[in-house]
Design a binder for this molecule. Structure first.
Ligand SMILES: NC(=O)c1ccc[n+]([C@@H]2O[C@H](COP(=O)([O-])OP(=O)(O)OC[C@H]3O[C@@H](n4cnc5c(N)ncnc54)[C@H](OP(=O)(O)O)[C@@H]3O)[C@@H](O)[C@H]2O)c1
Length: 282
């Protein structure tokens, strides 16, 4: 499938995976709606093809603003062919230390926000009997890993919502639904991840620094979307293995992640800093 002249709406387009997706879609001749909170960063992304980009900034958890945001997006070209719910925030803290508000924030940004935006756009796609909804979940949406209990919960939940939506609208209305499952991709995700008290972690970690190149990840995501794949894993090495083990031998996977948890618990008991997990993924 060609994306030329298609209208693609990407949230979290101001950095990382969303920015790389926006660049790739623009190169393929698409018209791209760029959303996020940082207007300057969105303008920088749009500068490569201003005539084919609409900068549409909004805070994704500002639910009362969504009806107008969706109207503006739709009015730009009279339709939206694809929505990629990509905006998100990760976590680096053990459950034992994590404030309840951090869980609430992760659920809002990583689950409620993509759900709410999709709820407003879905009726328009249903009316057209056409469209493609996508969400960037994670390997962590299939595999529970230490230091990410709130993130894993939200990323698991968002898969449940989109799988159920697919069951309702794919055959009935011809609307595709794709769930994207990246492993570690080299972006600012670890720097922006929430700590136990809700503050941004402020530093990256080796898993992410050595993660997949973001443009390679974007190319693979585009290839999956072009085929309207229902599930698009973007993972290598131990993360790809974890996805397979989750289905083939979950007991073995649980033992591996428990070993990782024991290592982190020992570090916590010793009062040291916590190394990011080996069974990882944001
Ligand atoms: N990198 C990885 O290893 C990895 C792996 C699996 C899944 N993911 C997922 O991939 C997605 C993109 O992450 P990334 O790696 O590209 O990290 P990133 O560079 O930190 O990008 C996060 C994006 O989300 C936007 N965002 C965050 N909170 C928002 C809010 N409240 N309202 C509106 N926009 C918000 C940010 O835009 P503003 O700051 O401008 O608002 C930014 O563009 C996330 O859903 C993440 O969970 C990443």
């Amino acid at each position: 499938m060609s994306f030329a002249q298609k209208t693609i709406w990407i949230t979290g387009a101001s950095s990382g995976i969303g920015e790389a997706l926006a660049n790739a879609f623009v190169q393929q001749g698409a018209k791209v709606i760029l959303s996020g909170r940082r207007v300057e960063a969105l303008n920088r992304v749009a500068a490569q093809a201003p005539e084919r980009c609409l900068v549409l900034p909004f805070e994704s958890t500002d639910y009362p603003a969504l009806p107008e945001v969706v109207e503006r997006a739709w009015a730009w070209n009279g339709q939206v062919d694809m929505l990629i719910n990509n905006a998100g925030v990760s976590q680096r803290s053990l459950a034992l230390d994590t404030h309840l508000d951090v869980y609430r924030q992760l659920i809002e940004v990583d689950y409620m926000a993509p759900l709410a935006l999709t709820q407003w756009l879905l009726p328009k796609m249903v009316e057209r009997r056409s469209g493609h909804l996508a969400v960037v979940s994670s390997v962590a949406g299939k595999v529970g890993t230490p230091l990410r209990s709130g993130y894993c919960g939200a990323k698991h939940a968002v898969i449940g919502y989109f799988d159920a939506i697919r069951a309702e609208v794919e055959a009935a209305y011809g609307i595709a639904v794709s769930v994207i499952l990246p492993g570690s991709v080299h972006t600012s995700v670890a720097i922006n991840a929430l700590s136990a008290d809700g503050s941004a972690r402020g530093q990256s970690d080796p898993n992410i620094e050595n993660g997949m190149d973001v443009n390679v990840a974007a190319e693979q995501i585009l290839a999956g979307l072009a085929e309207r794949q229902r599930e698009i894993p973007i993972a290598e090495g131990i993360e790809a293995m974890a996805l397979k083990l989750r289905v083939a031998n979950p007991e073995q996977l649980y033992s591996l992640t428990a070993q990782e948890g024991a290592r982190l618990a020992a570090q916590r008991e010793a009062g040291g800093s916590l190394d990011p997990s080996n069974i990882r993924s944001d």
